[in-house]
Ligand binder design. Structure first.
Ligand code: THU
Length: 135
């Protein structure tokens, strides 16, 4: 699974975004160390607070299927049409990544397209994070 394909799957996931309130569509594709991909989209709610981000949808789908080891996540977002800018993961999603991923190894790929992307470690995205090894 290369980075281009993971971004393509994130773009595919974004098509499923349920966003009647913000209209901001986010897609994520989470790659396990074994090479399996779990896709996620954001799912909004009339009560706002229960809204789930695309990244957490992907993580919770994977973890609930027994996955525990992750290599990378690709994230795309924006209003209808092709993404125009990077959609960085929110703080809550970064913290969920911190729970399951090695911050020095796990790659967070934020993309505008298959050709335009940033590829960073979780540690770069969440410096001095608090995770399982802190306890
Ligand atoms: N959103 C995500 O899906 N991921 C993020 O990391 C940031 C925000 C969603 C939540 C909400 O549905 C919309 O984007 C606007 O905040």
């Amino acid at each position: 699974m290369d980075r281009t394909e993971l971004i393509r799957l994130a773009l595919e996931a974004r098509e499923m975004a349920y966003v009647p309130y913000s209209h901001y569509m986010v897609g994520a594709a989470l790659l396990t160390k074994a090479g399996k991909v779990y896709k996620g989209c954001n799912i909004e709610n009339a009560s706002y607070t229960p809204t789930n981000c695309a990244e957490r949808t992907a993580f919770f789908k994977a973890v609930s299927e027994g996955e525990r080891e992750f290599a990378a996540i690709a994230i795309v977002g924006g209003y209808a049409g092709a993404p125009k800018d990077y959609a960085y993961p929110c703080g809550v999603c970064r913290q969920v990544m911190m729970e399951f991923c090695d911050p020095k190894e796990f790659r967070v790929i934020t993309a505008v397209s298959e050709e335009e992307y940033l590829d960073k470690t979780l540690e770069e995205m969440l410096p001095h994070g608090f995770g399982p090894s802190s306890l």
